[in-house]
Design a protein around this ligand. Structure first.
Ligand code: SAM
Ligand code: SF4
Length: 492
């Protein structure tokens, strides 16, 4: 139901555009095609033109990413590390000498996908190629991966990415069992070279790990404790990105608004937002994901004061029932969550609100589900990402009684999604005739058809007779609406 919103959750990516950064960024002329058939193009700057140093060619790598935007961005950094070591990226595992999977274990299905990929190599021996598992499944399963897939030689969790160059050195030297599985590191994952997938919108992780302890969630285990990146380092990178032509930056963190500047400056999250928006050349600043408990008035005040701060907040609620929220250890009640919504709704310009919801948590009753449905009605979310509860290893909820059968979870998910569908249908129909500014990010194979994002993070497909719109900001008038999407035409 979150289709109109490109928040990137649940995406399976394998980008084909290249950029190298640390302020230095390259983007190739390759194109990627998204799930709607829109083509996203690079701009064709070479690493060498920008001073990116490459060592002698080492071989080729294939990198596939599963999961959330933080994983997408980690992969951009991993690709940067590999490119700077002299590797070249290829589009298929068959033509790669180094095959890496950056994995997600948030739900069981995501974790299973990786083992099915690895299984493919069991059937065809890896014939000298190096295979590595990175990210959350690596952290969660650890050395067990070597037992299940003996052809894997590198297992590295996200908290150890800063050690990736030395781990790769060991693998390149022929070591068969190389691991990076520490989570007790203070370091955030900053790389001298980052290869960015999108030529206009850049991700920037400002906080790694998570100190919350939601009882269903594997992230604190797989990504380790919360570590915030120094504000001066963030601002330096934003200025470099702006110099390179990026006009939109998206600040990332599992609980992005829990940001705690480790420097003497002690910038608050809202101050950081304003400082990022101040960088010359930056036109839009986004942030995700916000945790309700740390969502404060000053964030909305900042959005009010600075139009470059996008009018969208992703504020996962997970359940509308205080009883379930307690069992989930979400640190707020239904009423407290609604107070946060009231703060957002009191903003001077309308702010779109999106959320995540889990159904079928152990002990959830029909009454609890009704409370979630009434919360949807009360908030009228612009989009919702909904999930069936998936028991995960190392999480407290694994041992909870009153598990809900899969079939019942599916039934509840259906009810929830139908409710949100009604809300979106009504909301979208009121938008016909409105005009939005879009950052154009895609061109359809169909003549004169484009797509772009609004500040409130809606995707709108639109028609225009103009050429070469990619990366530009245009005004688009909405002419059509479905529950899942909007369409329009370029306004004069
Ligand atoms: N840190 C964010 C927050 O606090 O909301 C989100 C992190 S998680 C990557 C994204 C979403 O996955 C969560 O908001 C939650 O709805 C869902 N999720 C996490 N663990 C889950 C589980 N065990 N079963 C089903 N959904 C889960
Ligand atoms: Fe997981 Fe909760 Fe942390 Fe989000 S806040 S990453 S759901 S533990």
């Amino acid at each position: 139901m979150g289709k109109t919103f490109d928040i990137g959750l649940e995406r399976l990516t394998g980008g084909s555009e290249f950029s190298i950064g640390s302020g230095i960024t390259t983007k190739n002329q390759g194109t990627t095609k998204d799930k709607d058939g829109f083509v996203h193009a690079g701009t064709g700057i070479e690493a060498s033109q920008l001073g990116g140093k490459r060592s002698a060619s080492r071989g080729t790598f294939f990198l596939e990413t599963f999961g959330c935007q933080m994983n997408d961005h980690d992969s951009e950094k991993v690709a940067g590390v590999l490119l700077s070591r002299g590797y070249q990226q290829v589009e298929s595992p068959e033509s790669a000498s180094l095959i890496l999977y950056n994995t997600c274990s948030i739900r069981e299905k995501a974790a299973q996908k990786v083992f099915s990929r690895l299984g493919e190599f069991g059937l065809t021996p890896s014939d000298g190629r190096i295979i590595g598992v990175l990210g959350c499944v690596a952290q969660q399963e650890g050395k067990e991966i070597f037992r299940r897939a003996p052809w894997v030689s590198l297992v590295c969790g996200s908290a150890s990415y800063s050690k990736l160059p030395e781990l790769l050195e060991k693998v390149e030297a022929g070591n068969q069992r190389v691991t990076g599985l520490d989570t007790d590191t203070d370091e955030t994952f900053e790389t001298p070279v980052t290869r960015r997938d999108n030529p206009w919108r850049a991700y920037l992780t400002i906080i790694e790990g998570c100190d919350k302890a939601c009882s269903y969630c594997v992230v604190p285990y797989t990504r380790g404790p919360e570590r915030s990146r120094a504000s001066d380092s963030i601002l330096r990178e934003v200025r470099q990105l702006a110099d390179l032509g990026y006009s939109e930056v998206q600040l990332l963190g599992q609980t992005v608004n829990s940001y705690a500047d480790p420097t003497a400056r002690k910038m608050r999250f809202s101050e950081l937002l304003l400082a990022v928006a101040d960088a010359p050349g930056i036109r839009r600043v986004r942030f995700t994901t916000s945790h309700p408990s740390d969502f404060t008035q000053d964030i909305v005040d900042a959005i009010d004061a600075q139009p470059k701060l996008c009018n969208h907040v992703h504020l996962p609620v997970q359940s509308g029932s205080t009883k379930v929220l307690r069992a989930m250890q979400r640190t707020y009640t239904r009423e407290e969550y609604l107070e946060k919504i009231a703060i957002i709704r009191s903003a001077k310009r309308p702010i779109s609100i999106t959320t995540d919801i889990i159904v079928g948590f152990p002990g959830e009753t029909d009454e609890d589900l009704s409370e979630t449905l009434s919360l949807l009605e009360a908030v009228k979310y612009d989009a919702m990402f909904s999930f069936k509860y998936s028991p995960r290893p190392h999480t407290p909820s694994l041992k909870m009684s009153d598990a809900i059968p899969e079939e019942e979870k599916s039934r509840r998910l259906g009810i929830l999604q139908e409710k949100q569908r009604e809300i979106q249908t009504a909301r979208h129909s009121t938008m016909i005739g409105e005009t939005f500014e879009l950052l154009v990010g895609g061109k359809s194979r169909r003549e004169n058809q484009w797509s772009g994002h609004t500040s409130c993070h809606r995707v709108i497909n639109f028609s225009s007779q103009e050429q070469a719109l990619l990366g530009k900001y245009v005004q688009v008038r909405v002419t059509g609406a479905t529950p899942n999407g909007l369409s329009g035409e370029q306004a004069p």
